[in-house]
Design a protein around this ligand. Structure first.
Ligand code: PMP
Ligand code: GLU
Length: 394
């Protein structure tokens, strides 16, 4: 029975976010009072108007296979959304609907990367990017950033990371895990470098676009010269609290959209029909319908910064979007707390889980070994309790 699994899966890491969430669930089931701040998942219920659209779709018998790339009217809603929110014009032949933005990203990697193609990942990056790239035999090239640049990659860093093998650059803004938001000027600076390298594509993961407290989300595809070489990724998991409904989508050059459809047609087919119908309602609605969630995240962001600001040894940036804080906790390395020596961010995260019953995720999983990620997609009461427990065990 040995070696019955492929090298592909043996070499893959387990998603650290999902692993920590599973561990927290397990501990909770065994009776421990765990506060879960590991998973990036809104704690709101899906707005009723979206639920109603799903119920209607069940009654209307949306039970057959959908077109592989998504229903045409959903793709029209996505095209309208791209125009309305991002001033991007995508035809229906440039849009592919998938089972979550995670599948959109996997489609892109499988359709665009050959063995050894390098993918620049400004670090910290979202946990799954590097394993998705590796699955497609690409080579992740991490560009470390630090709290000093608000965890953003500078044009000079991008330039220095480019080699003849560079195929793509993947990033998220607002960023998971740092909450950093690239301004128009910052994106223009990166685009200026890319202009000199016309064969490099960009994956712009904009799944947190609405959860942006500085306002004015900017899509890199809208910057001069970038449209034809950008794949814009988005989805409904975050802004509409629809994580379990599994709908993501891309806007891309037609040849890439076509390739993703071909690939998806062989592995999963069209995304869930009911969820696609509900997504039409979500995307057609004005952003004002979800503003209450964005306002609440903003309030919690301020609260958690205030509370963590009182914890000695935590260095924090001011995240301008998403729902995470990414404190640098390297001050604790080499220290012994209640008999446990902390040498790494993983040690620190485990220490918090075991001693404070608070689940976080180690920064190592996001390509930054000095930080941990704390999700503040949790009720205010839980956040207060969690930070007070963390303070007590430190
Ligand atoms: N990109 C980023 C940056 C994320 O945080 C997530 C969260 N799961 C995803 C993509 C994938 O989202 P989903 O598959 O739920 O659409
Ligand atoms: N994107 C979320 C996170 O980063 C959900 C978990 C996942 O899909 O990895 O926590």
């Amino acid at each position: 029975m040995s070696n019955h699994l492929s090298n592909r899966i043996t070499n893959m890491s387990t998603s650290a976010t999902l692993a920590m969430a599973a561990k927290a669930r397990e501990l909770r089931n065994s009776g421990k009072d765990i506060i879960g701040l590991s998973l990036g998942e809104p704690d709101f219920n899906i707005p009723d108007f979206i639920k109603d659209a799903a119920k209607q779709a069940v009654d209307d018998n949306y039970s057959s296979y959908s077109p592989v790339d998504g229903y045409a009217d959903l793709k029209q809603s996505i095209a309208n959304k791209f125009k309305r929110d991002n001033n991007l014009t995508y035809g229906l032949n440039q849009i592919v609907v998938s089972t979550g933005a995670k599948q959109s990203l996997a489609n892109i990697a499988m359709c665009m990367l050959n063995k050894g193609d390098e993918v620049i990942l400004p670090a910290p990056y979202w946990v799954s990017y590097s394993d998705i790239v590796k699955l497609a035999e690409g080579t992740p090239v991490e560009v470390p950033t630090s709290i000093d640049t608000d965890f953003k990659m500078t044009p000079a860093q991008l330039e220095a990371a480019i080699t003849p093998n560079t195929k793509m650059m993947w990033f998220s803004s607002p960023c998971n895990p740092s909450g950093s938001v690239y301004s128009k000027e910052e994106l223009e600076g990166l685009a200026e470098v890319l202009k000199k390298h016309p064969n490099i594509y960009v994956v712009s993961d904009e799944i947190y676009e609405h959860i942006n407290f500085r306002g004015g989300h900017v899509s890199i595809a809208g910057i001069d010269g970038m449209y034809d070489r950008t794949i814009t990724v988005n989805g409904v998991s975050k802004a509409f609290a629809m994580t379990g409904w599994r709908i993501g989508y891309i806007g891309a050059p037609e040849s890439i959209a076509k390739a993703c459809t071909k690939f998806q047609g062989q592995i999963t087919s069209g995304a869930n029909a009911i969820a696609q119908r509900a997504t039409i309602a979500a995307l057609d609605a004005p952003v004002s319908k979800i503003q209450f969630m964005i306002d609440e995240f903003h309030k919690r962001r301020d609260l958690i910064l205030e509370l963590l600001g009182e914890v000695e040894g935590f260095k924090l940036n001011v995240p301008e979007g998403a729902f995470y804080v990414f404190p640098d906790i390297s001050d604790f390395f080499g220290k012994t707390l209640n008999g446990t020596t902390i040498n790494t961010a993983s040690d620190f995260s485990m220490y918090l889980l075991e001693n404070a019953n608070v689940a976080t995720v180690t920064g190592e999983a996001f390509g930054n070994p000095n930080c941990i990620r704390i999700s503040y997609a949790a009720a205010e009461k839980e956040l207060r309790e969690a930070i007070s427990r963390i303070k007590a065990v430190l």
